[in-house]
Design a protein around this ligand. Sequence first.
Ligand code: ITT
Ligand code: MG
Length: 173
Amino acid sequence: MKILIGTNNRAKTKAVRTIATIYYPDAEFINIEVPSLVSNQPMSDEETRKGAINRAKQLMKNTEGTFGVGLEGGVHEIDGIMYICNWGALVTNDGTVFTAAGAGIPLPIEIAIQLKAGSELGPVMDVYTNKNDIRHDEGAIGVFTNGFVKRSDMFEHIMLLLIGQYELSKKLM
Ligand SMILES: O=P(O)(O)OP(=O)(O)OP(=O)(O)OC[C@H]1O[C@@H](n2cnc3c(O)ncnc32)[C@H](O)[C@@H]1O
Ligand SMILES: [Mg+2]
């Protein structure tokens, strides 16, 4: 079984490998950086979900993977509060698309202002925490939950939601 991962981000890759290995111990993983075809900083649930689907679909274009996984991070606003949002898509080799959303928490107003002015969350978080590459590690969700839920934990949950749906569909066939 070949599982394609549409990124080289370490938090996302760790999540896919950790969860998939539990259910598919013999799986081979291939990372392919594919464009999300949405903005670098998606600003809505719709755009973030689309980015995840675009990544997964492109993975399945020219390769013989069993399925491809696209994971995308973004933000959206409710009641004047900016939340991080996360989406995942799993596309199988017969073209079936499964989607799932991840956990969301509010961002501080000073970060929301910078994103609205056109900055990307990754670099903004690095300045905020005075660290490098937060997006590959605990992520904004880790920083703003006191480290309780790291970016990879959040994407692990999305992976469970995706392969759970995929396995159910195989049972129903
Ligand atoms: O290489 P890719 O797969 O694109 O990984 P990425 O870290 O850029 O992740 P996304 O494109 O999915 O996220 C969109 C933007 O939001 C940033 N981002 C999303 N979630 C984040 C988090 O938890 N912590 C820090 N930055 C985050 C990210 O750096 C991008 O600027
Ligand atoms: Mg990105």
